[in-house]
Write a protein that binds this ligand. Structure first.
Ligand SMILES: CC(C)(COP(=O)(O)OP(=O)(O)OC[C@H]1O[C@@H](n2cnc3c(N)ncnc32)[C@H](O)[C@@H]1OP(=O)(O)O)[C@@H](O)C(=O)NCCC(=O)NCCS
Length: 182
């Protein structure tokens, strides 16, 4: 596991402002718990990221009604100084296992380490809550996401045949067997 970063604020070290395709005032990303006012942005990112996005009210349910859900967003500062939500992660706490329910970064903000930082924060916080392993399903063809998970130590432990309804793609099951706090 990567070393923990201080608090919830991270800095993209390797990007200069001129390399960014979307306007950022500085190069800081804040990872923080999701709030109700984030829901519209999170739903939009979900729709841009998945061929089978969650229903519009699903994130609201997870945020407000599901006591076993933990939700974070990634926020950057726009030109006007107002925060822009550019990514989100939802994790279900199942006994002592953290199940990554969804992770997405806005297409305009990918490849800047935001997905890594969302996952890192979620795993660290879940470990602090007593989770001892983590698991997820990912499309067999989603090699980018699989590479991200592998960097955290997730390993392929199984496959669900024709799991996804839209194209009957297989799901790869990946597990991080030893989730440790710190
Ligand atoms: C998978 C996903 C969340 C990754 O988000 P991301 O913010 O692009 O992830 P990261 O930037 O942390 O890492 C992705 C790549 O960017 C690279 N990267 C990270 N920081 C970087 C930086 N500062 N400069 C250049 N590249 C960088 C990483 O090395 C990584 O590259 P690699 O996979 O070729 O090694 C995103 O692609 C996404 O939302 N996809 C659609 C939804 C999805 O598939 N979700 C997962 C479902 S299981």
């Amino acid at each position: 596991m990567p070393q923990p970063y201080p608090l919830f604020t991270y800095t993209i070290m390797s990007l200069s402002l001129t390399e960014l395709s979307s306007p950022l005032v500085n190069n800081e990303i804040t990872i923080r718990p999701m709030r109700v006012e984030d829901l519209a942005s999170v739903h939009q990112i979900d729709c841009l990221s998945f061929s089978l996005p969650w229903p519009a009210n699903a994130f609201r349910y997870e945020l407000i009604e599901n006591p076993h859900s933990r939700l974070w967003v990634a926020e950057v500062e726009g030109c006007d100084g107002v925060g822009i939500v550019v990514g989100a992660i939802v994790v279900w706490l199942v006994v002592d296992e953290a199940h990554i329910a969804t992770l997405a970064v806005h297409p305009n903000y990918r490849h800047r380490g935001i997905g890594t930082q969302l996952l890192h924060t979620a795993l660290r916080e879940c470990a602090c809550e007593g989770m001892r392993s983590a698991t997820l399903e990912v499309r067999a063809g989603n090699l980018e996401a699989q590479a991200l998970y592998q960097r955290f130590g997730f390993e392929v432990v199984g496959r669900r045949r024709a799991y996804y309804q839209d194209n009957h793609e297989d799901a790869i099951i990946m597990t991080l067997s030893q989730l440790e706090a710190g």
